[in-house]
Design a binder for this molecule. Structure first.
Ligand code: PEP
Length: 257
């Protein structure tokens, strides 16, 4: 008998929602999932920092909350930054690290991302490490070397035990917010490559690898059916409770097979 699948469905709200619209959105999701069998589906949302408290208050029992970013120092004179300890103590479960918007707009290097990962692992947070290639990197045939470099730097001082506490999100940059998702075969190939490379690095290979990049209610089933795709990190489609709940429902059904 084959083992049943587990999934993680995560919604990255980016710089969207106010405290009041965040309350409405999380309440809608919470209501929409209340009759689903989520015994093998983890659901998480990532609101802007300012909305974390209200989202935690209204999330109900089955929605975990995470932060979209963190700083690697524990405290001090770093105006505008928020540490992993603060995020943890606020009641969050997850933190996104190395999202492509952080890498490109805010110029975060692989080295900074490694520091953030290490800082998150000092707390009880589960870091979701985002990696992925740009369109020009893919078109020039460099996808695998880019992913390797991102993984090599992020994991260089992470022990195999620590690596078991991580989640990876493969997010090809060309698919984020563009409406052009990777095909199920492209995504599966990249996820398989990432798992193989984790093994080369001597790290935990069974960790969840989520796909992100224009996931919608329409393409979720195809993507989540792939053997190495353990969930989704969703931007646009997580901002409407109907589409996010529909993706969660798809994961719940697949997890029952
Ligand atoms: C994201 O923000 O991580 C993302 C994948 O966005 P979208 O689903 O809108 O492509």
């Amino acid at each position: 008998m084959t083992k049943k699948r587990s999934y993680c469905i995560a919604g990255n709200w980016k710089m969207n929602t106010t405290p009041s619209s965040a309350t409405t959105l999380v309440s809608g999701i919470s209501h929409g999932i209340e009759n689903l069998n989520l015994s093998r589906v983890r659901v998480a949302v990532f609101p802007p920092f300012i909305n974390i408290n209200t989202v935690l208050e209204h999330a109900g029992g089955h929605i975990a909350v995470g932060a979209q970013n963190c700083y690697y120092e524990p405290n001090g004179a770093f105006t505008g930054e928020v540490s992993c300890g603060m995020i943890d103590d606020a009641g969050c479960t997850y933190v996104l690290i190395g999202h492509s918007e952080r890498r490109t707009i805010f110029k975060e290097s692989n080295t900074v991302i490694e520091l953030k990962l290490k800082a998150a692992l000092q707390t009880s947070l589960t870091p979701i490490l985002c990696i992925g290639e740009t369109l020009s990197e893919r078109q020039s045939g460099n996808t695998w070397s880019v992913l390797q470099e991102q993984l090599n730097t992020a994991f260089q001082t992470i022990t195999p035990e620590q690596s078991a506490r991580l989640v990876i999100a493969y997010e090809p940059v060309w698919a984020i917010g563009t409406g052009v998702a990777a095909t199920k075969d492209e995504a599966q190939e990249a996820h398989h490559f990432i798992r193989k490379h984790l093994s080369v690095l001597g790290k935990e290979t069974s960790i969840p690898i989520l796909y992100g990049g224009s996931v919608t209610a329409d393409n979720a089933r195809d993507l989540l059916s792939q053997p190495d795709i353990d969930g989704a990190l969703i931007g646009g489609a997580s901002l409407k409770h109907e589409s996010f709940v529909s993706i969660i429902r798809t994961a719940a059904l697949l997890s029952e097979n």
